[in-house]
Design a binder for this molecule. Sequence first.
Ligand code: HEC
Length: 130
Amino acid sequence: MRRRSLLIVIALVLVATSCRRANRPASAVAIARPTQYELRLGKEVYQSYCIGCHGDSGAGDGFNAFNLDPHPRDLSDPVFQKGKSNAELADAIRRGGAGVGLTSLMPPWGHTLDDRHIDAVVVYIRSMKR
Ligand code: HEC
């Protein structure tokens, strides 16, 4: 009898914690209210993987950009930023240009970066807005 009520308590705790997780997915929270940590993580990701094409400030003038046709666009452009949701940016990063109808010169990063890193680099891209 005792063991059974213990099992019920464990089951209730599991249900309660999983509900909380379902209501507040970590990635949505991360994007809604970026912390300093996420910003720094995003910057590190950007500087490791993106800067060569998209450039220091996101202007699309990385050292490799002159090789690319079309050039990477200006990610810091406020008009561009306004026209794209976080989900759209994350999708383009995850699936690459070919995955979202842009040029295949934009590589897909879904195998290199996990969701947390992709969300963080989106936060960083938002911080580059002019
Ligand atoms: C080999 C060069 C290259 C690298 C490296 C690269 N990109 Fe791109 N990226 C491009 C090109 C070219 C495009 C297509 C033109 C454009 O829209 O900027 C693009 C497009 C994008 C877009 C979509 C813009 C839109 O119109 O929706 C985003 C967002 C983006 N890149 C982010 C990143 C991030 C984040 C990284 C690093 C994880 C990265 N890129 C690495 C070349 C690159």
